[in-house]
Design a protein. Structure first.
Length: 299
């Protein structure tokens, strides 16, 4: 499989070899930031970035993303986790600790349209997306040559109404090789609840409208009939409710009465590709926390 060159990979690892990220969610109360900072200081860590947000200082929920450097992080990671657990328990925290040098493994699902797929491949190739693309899975053969030219395995698994369960079983079997996130880059199939539960908050979809407007099929046709002056795209985590999962990123493009459906689609493709790439990048950098059916996205 094609990946970063050895030189690029070594440079990336060297830059991030002692960098860690901690994500925290807990009931808000006084002293959280002080407690987290103190334990990191005790362990010899140097905080390089810290962002926090509360839904309400009195009765709300507190969210935090903190980046820090710790010498010999890989050897000390378990020690740090053990030291932090009493703090986490005292504040009833949901938390995770991630080594920045460990790149997440990604799978991309695609149907026939290539614009979102190509944007992800180009950004990955340039090093802008810090991930390993393990595979592309499609219900059509159209993208095989393009994907394999990047050195990425391509799995063509046809899907029909009658074979949907069988196709998903094949997809899950391929994914068992290990992926951390799945990106639906204009994959025009609805995934089953069992599939979604296996990758909860780890499947990112691009919907070609500014949700919650124009949910479901043919949103550009719906927008044209409505005479909108703005079209947009929405990247969101996938849930069982169609196009209603937690929104990660959105953007819009101004249009007028002069654009027909095809013109709206052409303009919309530019928005779709950038919105999806931004959302995927934020997920890979652990900048997104899910709360109920919303997201907190730290800059």
């Amino acid at each position: 499989m094609h990946r970063l060159s050895e030189r690029e990979w070594l440079a990336y690892r060297q830059k991030n070899k002692d960098r860690a990220r901690m994500l925290i969610s807990c009931p808000d109360r006084a002293g959280i930031v002080a407690a987290v900072s103190h334990i990191l200081f005790q362990q010899g860590a140097n905080i390089v970035q810290s962002d926090q947000y509360t839904t309400d200082p009195e009765t709300g929920r507190f969210f935090m993303r903190i980046e820090f450097d710790l010498v010999n992080l890989e050897e000390r990671c378990e020690e740090l986790k053990e030291a932090f657990r009493p703090v986490a328990e005292s504040f009833d925290m949901n938390w995770s600790l991630v080594e920045a040098k460990k790149r997440k493994k990604m799978a991309i699902f695609v149907s026939k349209e290539d614009h979102c797929l190509l944007e992800l491949l180009w950004q990955w190739k340039s090093g802008a997306l810090h991930t390993d693309i393990e595979m592309v899975i499609s219900n059509h053969p159209d993208m095989r040559e393009t994907v394999e030219s990047f050195g990425i395995p391509y799995h063509h698994i046809p899907v029909t109404k009658e074979t949907k369960a069988e196709a998903e079983a094949k997809q899950l079997a391929v994914l068992e090789r290990g992926v951390d996130v799945i990106v639906l880059a204009r994959y025009m199939q609805i995934l089953s609840p069992d599939f979604l539960h296996a990758y909860a908050n780890r499947i990112i979809n691009i919907h070609h409208s500014f949700l919650p407007a124009f949910v479901g099929a043919k949103p550009y046709e719906q927008a044209y009939r409505r005479g909108v002056k703005l079209i947009g795209a929405t990247a969101h985590y996938v849930t069982e409710e169609l196009d209603a999962g937690p929104i990660i990123e959105q953007d819009v493009q101004r249009v007028s009465h002069q654009e027909d459906v095809e013109a709206l689609k052409q303009l919309g493709r530019q928005v779709e590709r950038t919105v999806l790439a931004r959302a995927v990048g934020w997920h890979l950098e652990d900048r997104v926390l899910v709360y109920e059916n919303k997201t907190i996205v730290f800059p």
